[in-house]
Structure formats: C-alpha cells, structure tokens
Design a protein around this ligand. Structure first.
Ligand code: GDP
Length: 494
C-alpha cells in the first residue's frame, strides 16, 4: 500500500473485489501476476522483472568486501605476434601439470592454474590462454574486467613493435584497474638486448621498477623455462597487494571462455567462475542457452565436483552451444526457464524492431523517390502521410466492472509503434455477446475479455466468423497477448 500510495483499507478492498480475498492477509506473498494486476487496478504501470532471481548482489546480502574469502588472480599474457606468448603459456602449463597429479594430461581448455606458495593463503594463479581471442575481446567490449594482471611479453631480440604499443595504450586506459608485469622474453638468445628493451619501454611511459618506477619486469625464456619461477613469484606478490576476494558460496557469476561440441558430451564450454560455487547438477543460464551441469573437469583433465572464483572448468550438460564471451549465471530451474522465455521474447521484439527500422528506411527512400518523380512530372504535390503504413490491431474490450475496463484500456491502448499499434474501438462492461462478435467481424477486431465469461454459443459464433477472442483475469496476460498480435502485424521484409 505504501509503494502504491493508497490506504491499506483501499488496497484490501481492491483485492477482495478482484477475487484475491485469500491473498489479502498481511503475511501472504503475492505472485507477480497478482501484484501486476493490483498495481494496474490502482493506476500504476508496473514492469515485471523476469530476471530478478538472478540479481547477484541484492543490497540485502551485500557483504563487506574485506570479509570475503581470497581468490586466485586471473592473468592474461599479451604481446606482439611471435614474441613468445604461446611458448610461455605452454611451458607454464606443462610445468603446472607436471607438479600436479601424476599422469595428468595437458588439456587445452582456455585457462589453467599454476600452484603457488604464499603466506596469505593464496594458492594458485589462473592464466587465461586465449589472448586476442574472440571471447577476450567480447568480454573487454562489455567492460567485464575479468583480468587482474596483464603480462606484457616483449622479445629481447625484437623490442617494442606495433602491437606492443597498442597494448600499452589499452593498458593506459585501464590504469589502476589492471596490474602490469613486463616479461622480457627470449633472453636465451645471443642477440637479446634487455637494456635496450627497458629503455624503449621507459620511452613509452612504462615506469619500470629498475628505473625507480613501480612496474616490475622479469627476464624470461619461454623456451628454456629460465626466469619463469621469478615471473610466478612477482605475479603472486602483485596479487597479494591487490587483495582479491570474492564470495565463494551461492549464486554463480562467470564467463564462457571457450565452447565447442564434442562427441559423447555434446556442447561443452569452459566457464571461468568469478563469484559463487559452480556445482554439478546446477542449472546454468548463458544468453539464450541453458545447462544442467553434468561433468566438470579442470585443465589437467581431472573431474571436479565444484569450481570456485578464479577457477576455469569445462562444463558439459548444455542443451545448445553458448558463445565464448557470454555471461554465465545459475539459479533454480524454474527461474532459468522463466529467464529463457523472457530472453527469447526480448530477442523476438528486438528482431521485429530491427525489421521496422529497415522497413522505415526502405519506405523513406521510396517516398523520396516518388516525391522527386512527382516534382519532375508536375507541380502537384503528392501528400504522403507518416501514418500511411500503419497497421492497426482493433480491440473490443469487455470487462467485469467499469474500473477494470478503464485499467485495461490504459494498459492496451498504444501498445506497438509507428508501424503497428493496438487501437481500442469499443469498451464496455458485461459478458461477451453475439453482437460483440458481429461488431468485431464488421470492423475486423479482436475481442479482449477480462474476468467475464464467454457463453458457449458466442464462442462458436466467434470461431465460425474467425473473430479472435482473448480472455484472462490477468491484465499482464492480456497485454502479452496483444503485444504478440501487434508484432504479428509488423510487415516482414521479403
Ligand atoms: P606468439 O606468437 O607470441 O604466441 O609466439 P610463439 O610462442 O609462437 O613464438 C614464436 C617463435 O619464437 C617460435 O618459433 C618460438 O619457438 C620462438 N620462441 C618463443 N619463445 C622463445 C624463447 O624464449 N627463446 C627462443 N630462443 N625462442 C623463443
């Protein structure tokens, strides 16, 4: 009552009138359908959030960040082509697998983790091995700052190259958010010139520690493995300073790093978890795809039961194949289904609106062409009105009481856009009658019946005359139905 700005007595009266007497006790939680109906009855225009169940950080359960458990840093290796990124990652990955369980096989899943010893309980570093990959740019473009630290690889025999400069410029934009470590690579080569590379980096504004700045640099060889323990140590120290923490229980938030279809398992993705606990059996949602998690494995091919923030695991159980770079959430099965339906509907509407834009552009061109033609042929002006292409969905409203008839008029009038729109031709109180059907047939209208009955004989007459009748005691449903009918009227491009 407070939110709707009405007296409590008025709200309860409305509820009783609308047949919600049983729901009107103070501790009863209304369904969204009922809540919508009530709000509309009381002159409000509610929006149903079908994805509220996926709110990751509802204010009520927001925890003080410093009390959260720490998580491994997520590290990305970047650098000019041929400067040794792949070799460096391969050496790091295989040494990590060798250190792990005997018989571990190196799996290429888009990320791997390297164990570290640390005083602060931090146990590993997660390396993404998809730099420059579509997923990486998609996540970047979306502003998803998933990388905590970037390792900029510069080959000591080649120095700063165009892509090195590009990366430096990108990093300057992210300054403060992403840590930077420079790996001067290929130091095993006789022609390596570390000092020259350092000077060139200074010239690009990279303030190296060895020159009094705060950016660490490490001399490494991806080929021989020289310097890699130093690199891991520097990364670990930087992560400790960054004090990375995340909720490791409850709702999952993550990203798809890679996705592919495999024989036997069907669609499989690598999911990088940023928050929460990803378990087998949970229901996942990614864009318009969903999964009931079957098998999860880590980068050494080991089956895991749960994945926590900073971990990347392969996930099977997807019904269809998600896209790399898309967000992953989990929830109750019913919430996932609701969100999927909602997303499918949004996609439909977006597609229709895109069609409308395209059609408008064609129409405008056509109008301009006709205008030019008529200007050329005579001085008579042809008047083309904006509304010439308007498709109308005519509606005849029947409702139980005049209050609800008005509410429905308000809710349905104007659904649509410049090309197709709902238009109310009549609105009255009472059951649907034969004369309503005849009128609907005469003007080519749809009958919208709210909380009134449609006698059998009237139903038959409507069917014989192909007059659509939509009936529901829930305004939201009627709005949905009308919206779908309006969308169906939109012209499609041939
Ligand atoms: P990317 O394009 O940055 O991924 O570079 P790659 O890892 O594919 O390496 C390009 C070439 O440099 C390959 O021929 C590697 O064998 C070679 N390479 C990479 N790292 C080293 C290194 O540390 N020392 C030497 N001598 N060669 C290296």
């Amino acid at each position: 009552a407070r939110i709707l700005d009405v007296k409590l007595s008025r709200l309860t009266r409305k509820m009783v009138e609308a047949g919600m007497a049983e729901e009107s006790s103070h501790d009863h939680v209304l369904t969204s359908d009922y809540a919508v109906l009530l709000a509309e009855e009381l002159g409000c225009n509610p929006i149903v959030d079908d994805e509220a169940a996926f709110d990751l950080y509802p204010p009520a359960i927001h925890r003080e960040p410093s009390t959260l458990p720490s998580r491994p840093p997520i590290v990305t290796i970047m650098g000019h082509v041929d400067h040794g990124k792949t070799t460096l990652l391969d050496t790091l990955r295989s040494s990590a697998v060798a250190k792990g369980e005997a018989g571990g096989i190196t799996q290429h899943i888009g990320a791997f983790s390297v164990p570290v010893k640390s005083s602060q309980g931090q146990q590993s570093i997660t390396f993404l091995d998809t730099p420059g990959h579509a997923a990486f740019s998609a996540m970047r473009a979306r502003g998803a700052g998933i990388t905590d630290i970037v390792v900029l690889v510069v080959a000591a025999d080649d120095g700063i190259m165009p892509q090195t400069k590009e990366i430096i410029n990108l990093l300057k934009k992210d300054a403060g958010k992403v840590g930077l470590v420079v790996a001067i690579n290929k130091v095993d080569k006789p022609e390596a010139d570390v000092e020259a590379v350092k000077l060139a980096l200074m010239a690009e504004g990279i303030q190296l520690e060895s020159f009094g700045g705060d950016i660490p640099s490490v001399e490494v060889s991806g080929l021989t493995g020289q310097g890699l323990p130093d690199l891991v140590e520097v990364l670990s120290a930087m992560a400790e300073l960054q004090d990375l923490r995340a909720e490791k229980e409850g709702a999952v938030h993550g990203y798809v790093l890679e996705s592919r279809v495999t024989k036997g398992l069907g669609p499989v993705t690598t999911v990088l978890v940023l928050r929460g606990c990803l378990k087998s059996g949970s229901h996942l949602l990614s864009a318009t795809h969903h999964a009931k998690v079957r098998v999860m494995t880590d980068s050494s091919g080991k089956t895991v039961k749960a994945a926590y923030p900073g971990m990347a695991v392969t996930v099977s159980g997807w019904k269809t194949l998600p896209k790399a770079g898309d967000e992953v959430l989990d929830g109750k099965e019913s919430d996932v289904k609701k969100a999927l339906a909602n997303r499918a509907r949004q996609a439909d509407i977006a597609a229709s609106l895109a069609d409308v834009d395209a059609i408008n552009a064609v129409r405008k061109e056509e109008r301009e062409r006709k205008q030019t033609e008529s200007d050329n042929h005579s001085n008579k002006m042809t008047v083309t009105t904006e509304s010439s292409g308007l498709q109308e969905l005519k509606l005849i409203i029947k409702a139980d009481v005049s209050g609800s008839a008005e509410a429905i008029e308000g809710a349905l009038q104007g659904i649509g856009n410049k090309l197709a729109m709902a238009k109310i031709v009549s609105s009255s109180v009472g059951d649907v009658t034969e004369s309503d059907v005849l009128m609907a047939k005469a003007v080519n209208a749809t009958i919208v019946a709210f909380s009134v009955s449609v006698p059998r004989s009237v139903e038959v007459l409507a069917a014989q005359n192909a007059v659509p009748v939509t009936t529901s005691p829930i305004i939201y449903r009627l709005m949905e139905d009308v919206r779908q009918r309006v969308i169906a009227l939109l012209p499609t491009i041939k």
